[in-house]
Each structure stands twice: as structure tokens, then as C-alpha cells.
Ligand binder design. Structure first.
Ligand SMILES: *Cc1c(COP(=O)(O)O)cnc(C)c1O
Length: 369
């Protein structure tokens, strides 16, 4: 392969669509949106969103107004009717941009509700909104005292065009966590104020909690991108990404030599090491120092020494010389070592590994429309 890239990130759009289809099957009559915040969890919203829209997804969620405006631009020509919801709220300074771009904000407080009503009163067309109710995550959404105010004064919502009442689960990845049922009960109680409003409750993991949790619309993110939404069951999703890094140099070493900053790894005997052009500046987490590994073919090659900004070293002693040479690639994430595995070794979660994928990687999209 001829490429100037030090690393190639392959993103399989057909796998994203396969994951979307699996979730849709689990959801039955419940609609399935797609959460594409943070540049579609680092994988490129400009390619992921059209692939999902072509597969029939017409509702998207992002975190910020800027992400929403960008996504509208991506979808405008072919899917002008697709809904873009913004989870971060209608905070001061954002309302005109939200309304002007046709974005649907989550209103997270009575203050945001009142301000939006004032904007709606002078706007010529309906400006749909979601109302986010905090049932236990305690980050965003109407807290219990504000919800109580709405319950006793339902007219506080008059004049709004409510698209969904929503809430977010804190522990859905743990199937038997008592918090799931507590949040479900709180959400149902909140829905009783507006029995005709549509409801959106589940993230990826929530979908696997069963029909009771599904309501009208689900908001999966991570499962679309192939990481395991469940913390203690095998991954039901299809892997989406693969990362391979280029060998820049190979050198022969022997004990008592060491490799890398801090000389944290000492060779026990003669070895060959390959220096690969991927480092923590590319989101290849420094906590993988001396614990991560790659693969050459089926052979596992451990990371030796510290991950540095642009480089890692892997012990390729067990690989024939004609398979590990400058210009050859080593699999760092892929079939042998999926995202969740890398995350576990790095002491984090698949979400963080995905969203940190570096801007220096050459991205190669396969499949898709
Ligand atoms: C990020 C997010 C989601 C998607 O969560 P996943 O665990 O990635 O499926 C859904 N809802 C809200 C409110 C979120 O912030």
C-alpha cells in the first residue's frame, strides 16, 4: 500500500447500518433515532449521518448547537425533513441560532421553558422542543422541584410545541441495577402530566432492558459504532472500526537495554522492536504503555515502554522479518483487539477510545451509500 499516512482508521459504514438495523429489530414499533454528537463519536458525522439517513433514520441527536447546525448542512439537500435535536439545552445566547437553523432543543429548566415561550410568541412558525426531565442522572433536565411546579401549573407549558418528553438512564448498562426501575417509575409519573406527549427514554443500553423502557423513540449512540453497550454480556454489535499503524523503523536490541521515555521497559534478551507512528496525540492513550498490544497477522505483539506523543514501540521478535519492516502496518484496533478490549487495557471505556481518534489518522470509509 502506498500512503503517506502513519496510521489508517477504517470505518465500516455497512457495519453502522447493520447495528442500526439490529436496534430497530429490538425496538419493534418504537422509532430509532441516532445520537451523532461529538462528530458521531469521533467517526465523522459527515459520513455516518448520511449512511444512517439512507438506511431510514430521520431523527438525530447532537450535544451542541454548532454540531446541530453542521449536521443540518450535511442533511439539508437530500433529507431536508430530518429532525436534529440538541441535548445541551437552549442556554442564553443559543436560542436564535437554534430557531434559525430549525434545531429542536431539549429544554432543561423552567427558565429555559419560559425564555423559549417568549421566543415562540414572536416567531411566525412552530418551534418544536423536547422537555428533558431529570429522573436520576442529575446533570441536565428539569429537577424534581421544577417538575412539581409544572405538575401543579400545567399551563407553564402552554404555547410550546413539544416533540418529546425525554429522560436519560444512568445505569442502563447494568441490567439489574435498581436505578433502572426507579428512573422508569419517575419517568412514567412525569409522563402522566402530558399523556398525549411522545416519550423518548433509552440510550443504547436501555434498549436491551426490554419493551417497558422503549416508549416512542430511542436514542442510541455507542451501539451504532460497534462498542458493547452492555457491561457484563458479550457484545451483540458488529465492529465498525479498525486502526493500523505504520512501522517507521525496526531495530535489534538486547538486555540490559531499555526502550522509550523513563526507560520503563528493559529487554530480557535479544529482541526486535518496531517503532510505529501512533501516539497519545492521536488518542492512543498513554495508559496503554507496557500493557497494550497489536497484531501482525495472528501474532500478538506487545507494546513495550511508554506510549509517547507520536510513537509506540512493539516487540515484534516473534514475527518473521519479512512481515515487520518499515512501511508495513500493525493492527492496533481490529478483529483481534476490538475497541472495548483496548479501552479495558487503557482503564477507560469504548466511548473515550472512539471519541479521541486522532485528526492525523487517514480515514478510510468502506461500504455505505
Ligand atoms: C449520549 C446520550 C445518548 C446516547 O447514549 P449511548 O450510551 O451512547 O447510547 C442518549 N441520550 C442522551 C441524553 C445522551 O447524552
Amino acid at each position: 500500500m502506498t500512503t503517506t499516512a502513519n496510521a489508517i482508521l477504517t470505518i465500516d459504514l455497512d457495519a453502522v447500518v447493520a447495528n442500526y438495523d439490529l436496534l430497530r429489530t429490538l425496538l419493534g414499533n418504537t422509532e430509532c433515532a441516532a445520537v451523532v454528537k461529538a462528530d458521531a463519536y469521533g467517526l465523522g458525522v459527515g459520513r455516518i449521518a448520511p449512511a444512517l439517513a439512507a438506511a431510514g433514520c430521520d431523527t438525530f441527536f447532537v450535544a451542541t448547537v454548532d454540531e446541530g447546525s453542521m449536521l443540518k448542512t450535511v442533511l439539508r439537500s437530500r433529507w431536508p425533513g430530518a429532525e436534529v435535536h440538541v441535548l445541551g439545552g437552549a442556554t442564553p445566547g443559543t436560542k436564535r441560532a437554534l430557531a434559525g437553523d430549525g434545531l429542536i432543543p431539549s429544554l432543561n429548566s423552567l427558565e429555559e421553558i419560559d425564555a423559549w415561550k417568549r421566543l415562540q410568541a414572536k416567531w411566525p412558525t412552530p418551534l418544536p422542543v423536547d422537555i428533558h426531565i431529570d429522573t436520576g442522572m442529575r446533570r441536565l433536565g428539569l429537577p424534581p422541584n421544577e417538575l412539581a411546579t409544572v405538575v401543579s401549573n400545567p399551563e407553564r407549558l402552554t404555547g410550546l410545541h413539544i416533540r418529546y418528553l425525554m429522560s436519560h438512564l444512568a445505569c442502563a448498562d447494568e441490567h439489574d441495577h435498581p436505578m433502572n426501575q426507579e428512573q422508569l417509575a419517575q419517568f412514567r409519573a412525569a409522563l402522566a402530566i402530558m399523556p398525549t406527549a411522545k416519550a423518548a427514554f433509552c440510550n443504547s443500553a436501555g434498549i436491551f432492558l426490554g419493551n417497558d423502557y422503549h416508549f416512542d423513540l430511542a436514542r442510541p449512540g455507542i451501539a451504532l459504532y460497534g462498542a458493547n453497550p452492555l457491561s457484563s454480556s458479550p457484545n451483540p454489535m458488529t465492529q465498525v472500526i479498525a486502526l493500523k499503524g505504520k512501522i517507521l523503523q525496526v531495530r535489534v536490541v538486547d538486555t540490559p537495554q531499555t526502550v522509550g521515555y523513563g526507560a520503563t521497559y528493559q529487554f530480557a534478551g535479544p529482541a526486535r522492536i518496531a517503532t510505529v507512528g501512533v501516539g497519545y496525540a492521536d488518542g492512543f492513550l498513554r495508559s496503554l504503555s507496557n500493557v497494550g498490544f497489536g497484531h501482525v497477522g495472528d501474532v500478538r505483539v506487545p507494546i513495550v515502554g511508554r506510549v509517547s506523543m507520536d510513537l509506540i514501540a512493539l516487540d515484534v521478535s516473534s514475527v518473521p522479518e519479512n512481515e515487520a519492516y518499515p512501511g508495513a502496518f500493525i493492527e492496533l484496533i481490529g478483529p483481534h483487539n476490538p475497541v472495548d478490549n483496548v479501552a479495558r487495557l487503557a482503564g477507560t471505556i469504548g466511548y473515550e477510545v472512539l471519541t479521541r481518534m486522532g485528526s492525523r489518522f487517514h480515514r478510510q470509509y468502506v461500504g455505505g451509500p
